[in-house]
Design a protein around this ligand. Structure first.
Ligand code: FE
Ligand code: FE
Ligand code: ZN
Length: 275
């Protein structure tokens, strides 16, 4: 049994979200910690979080993969905006304490002219400050498509951030659309790509997957998600991914262009491909 889910809204609370997940055959999910295109966050509800954690345990859920806001750019050139992003990160990590043991994934950021190395340093600084010793949640850097000045578009950049932060609490989330867009050919050589990840980053740092097909061919750097099996990755690739010994225990989150019924279908499609 794989841990497969999708992005779900938590506006009705976490217990209600867990029930929604169960209703579509999911046993994990992703949620935005705040408005994905802004910075506003909802009031926390400790009792709801605790009840949701209990319900997930009972229902055999895998680890959740929270997602930070798209607008949180830890390596923006403007020092004030950068400080604001760092505060958002701290606030998100404080909120995640109500969901211990789960993951918090975010886009490392986009340097806007200062260059990748400067960006990596800024992102690492923010993480170092935000991650207290003994913090109960693992933070995941999402592998990016390398669009514009995005940081995290190749494995070496992710490794640099991990080394710079120097904490066991930092891992990686591989997004299948993003890495294919970044030039990693998971269609023809999934084993080779994973061997490269292991060599550059270390496979033990790989904690979660975003399952998305791609509207664009290898190396496009476009970041346009497609429904499972309908893009350049194709169903055969997803069949290999969900059955790969190095991947099959990881939480797998769909971020395909779907509403709930579409997600339910894709989860069923993937489960039918489990060997
Ligand atoms: Fe993302
Ligand atoms: Fe993603
Ligand atoms: Zn994407």
């Amino acid at each position: 049994m794989r841990y497969i889910g999708c992005h779900l809204s938590t506006t009705g609370g976490f217990v209600s979200t867990v029930k929604t997940a169960c209703g579509i055959g999911a046993n994990t999910f992703a949620f935005f910690t705040r408005n994905p295109r802004g910075s506003r966050a909802k009031e926390e509800d400790p009792a709801d979080c605790a009840a949701a954690m209990a319900l997930m345990r009972e229902s055999g859920f895998g680890t959740l993969v929270a997602h930070g806001s798209y607008t949180m750019n830890l390596c923006t050139a403007d020092p004030e905006a950068r400080e604001f992003a760092a505060q958002i990160l701290c606030d998100d990590l404080r909120r995640m304490r109500l969901l211990p043991g789960n993951y918090y994934n975010f886009h490392p950021g986009s340097h806007v002219g200062q260059g990748t190395d400067a960006g990596i340093e800024m992102i690492s600084d923010a993480l170092k400050k935000a991650l207290a010793p003994g913090y109960p949640v693992t933070v995941l850097l999402e592998a990016m498509a390398g669009k514009g000045s995005e940081v995290g578009g190749d494995f070496a950049q992710l490794k640099k951030i991990i080394d710079c932060v120097g904490s066991d609490n930092v891992g990686v989330c591989l997004d299948t659309c993003h890495i294919f867009d970044g030039g990693y050919d998971i269609v023809n050589d999934l084993d080779g790509v994973l061997a490269e990840f292991d060599c550059v980053v270390g496979i033990d740092r790989l904690k979660a997957l975003h399952l998305n097909d791609s509207k664009n061919p290898l190396g496009s750097h476009k970041d346009r998600h497609e429904c499972i099996g309908e893009g350049y990755l194709g169903m055969e690739t997803f069949q290999k991914i969900i059955n790969h010994p190095a991947l099959k225990e990881l939480p797998m989150i769909l971020e395909t262009p779907n509403e709930l019924p579409g997600y339910q279908k894709e989860i069923a499609l993937l489960r039918a491909a489990e060997r």
